[in-house]
Design a protein around this ligand. Structure first.
Ligand SMILES: Nc1ncnc2c1ncn2[C@@H]1O[C@H](COP(=O)(O)OP(=O)(O)OP(=O)(O)O)[C@@H](O)[C@H]1O
Ligand SMILES: Nc1ncnc2c1ncn2[C@@H]1O[C@H](COP(=O)(O)OP(=O)(O)OP(=O)(O)O)[C@@H](O)[C@H]1O
Ligand SMILES: [Mg+2]
Ligand SMILES: [Mg+2]
Lengths: 256, 256
């Protein structure tokens, strides 16, 4: 049975894709079987993990809206043990296209049921929104990973995000639970970063991962090479923190 | 007749709100009459300009979906010459609620018609999405301001954004035009930033503002005090660049 994680936060640019890609890659490098699913029309995770967008045929769109089996969209990545379901710009219309469909909230969940036995971890990257597409991911997932950027604006959307998770848990997916909150882009030099860390820790307590991902330029360079950080620069602070976070995720799985 | 600007980019965290709030504030400080409209359910611009969310009654939601006149939602800011139409979390459902309404794409445009004579500039902040809410803003606007973060992932969504602007121009708003592309969060120390600047300049040529906004911690601290940068730290690099950008926007207006 796979551990299914949704990486969610409607605030933009907080490190969702960076966290999804790098946690997935670190788990695979540790020998775990992982499926990374890109459910964001921007398809940043698809590029960040090194897939060539021009050669992709079947995508997550076909599985959620096109009635195709999800396994047709699964492609291997350059990393052993890591498969990917790519996204596509066509997904941009999904929030509207899903509105009038039967069981519109659980189409990803049913698409997943045929493949989840093959993987130990399924990591799903979301768009910066709380629309039907993100609801699909929250309905399909069992755990939620919330990246929070160490910035003031990033604090503002948290209560809305928690309300949405709670709503999905109550109405669509009773087993959904927040696994970890991960602080990202921490800049040790600024008081703002420290204030945000303190505030998030006050708010979420034990749920906050002890691993705080620092701002590290190597993390933002890696996607332009289509590589996760552990392959782009294994000795960087970014690689170190995502390795540590992946180890924590493995421990979290062992306790369940 | 007001110059109506939409600040748009579906990539998250690229500096849309920071640009909308600070350009609006710099224009007001220069004595221009400005209306800042927050059309993002996260309501970051509402907080960033210093409004107290708990005391807001009428919002942009009431004007777009509630049939209330927009002037009922207009509140003064702490800055002379700068009024604000605040946002609200209720706006999160707008993309879905708008679907079945008559003239769903031009509700903001008609709401604006009763107030636009009072302002020289109307600056509208968007959510990180290209849904019906953002389409409403593009239909109401005459000009588009595109902030692009100096990061690799930020380059990926540009063609989709341009397609959407073109679609709105063709079908809904023939006068819509891209006024400026603004590079944000430039880090002079990294090659990545320089590569992105070169790539964006190659792609957009003259449209790219000569003002490149540097990464500047004072810009990310200012919202926690509810102040635009020119009031929070007028001598900072962030204030300097937004003053320059606002001056460029004024010159752009004079040429029209
Ligand atoms: N720890 C970090 N240090 C430096 N740069 C980072 C870090 N994490 C992410 N980035 C960069 O910051 C930008 C935003 O991160 P990312 O795209 O992962 O956020 P996101 O939440 O997925 O954005 P969106 O809301 O658009 O989906 C990217 O350009 C990324 O490369
Ligand atoms: N030039 C800058 N230097 C440093 N920090 C910045 C700069 N511009 C913006 N920021 C900070 O970066 C974060 C993202 O910026 P902002 O929220 O304005 O982007 P956005 O595009 O409006 O995000 P969203 O997609 O969520 O609406 C914010 O915390 C902001 O304070
Ligand atoms: Mg992303
Ligand atoms: Mg914003």
């Amino acid at each position: 049975m796979a551990f299914k994680f949704a990486v969610v936060n409607q605030k933009g640019g907080v490190g969702k894709t960076t966290t999804a890609v790098n946690v997935a890659a670190c788990l695979a490098v540790a020998g775990e079987d992982v499926l990374l699913i890109d459910v964001d029309p921007q398809a940043n995770a698809t590029t960040g993990i090194g897939l060539d967008k021009s050669r992709i045929e079947t995508t997550v769109y076909d599985a959620i809206l096109g009635g195709r089996p999800l396994e047709e969209a699964i492609v291997p990545s350059a990393i052993p043990h890591l498969d990917v379901v790519p996204s596509t710009l066509d997904l941009a219309g999904a929030d509207i296209e899903l509105i009038s469909l039967i069981s519109r909230e659980s189409r990803l969940k049913s698409a997943l049921s045929s493949v989840e036995e093959r993987y130990r971890w399924i990591i799903m990257d979301c768009a910066p929104a709380l629309g039907l597409l993100t609801i699909n991911v929250l309905t399909a997932a069992r755990y939620v990973l919330i990246p929070i950027q160490c910035e003031y604006y990033a604090l503002e959307g948290i209560s809305q995000l928690l309300k949405t998770v709670e709503l999905v848990r109550r109405e669509l997916n009773p087993s959904l639970e927040i696994a970890r909150v991960v602080l990202t882009m921490f800049d040790y030099r600024t008081k703002l970063s420290q204030d945000v860390v303190r505030e998030v820790r006050d708010h979420f307590g034990e749920l906050v991962s002890p691993t705080v991902v620092p701002r590290n330029v190597r993390l933002s360079e890696a996607p332009s090479h289509g590589l996760p950080i552990v392959l782009y620069d294994a000795r960087s602070k970014g690689a170190e923190s995502y390795r540590r976070l992946a180890a924590e995720v493995i421990r979290f799985g062992q306790e369940r």
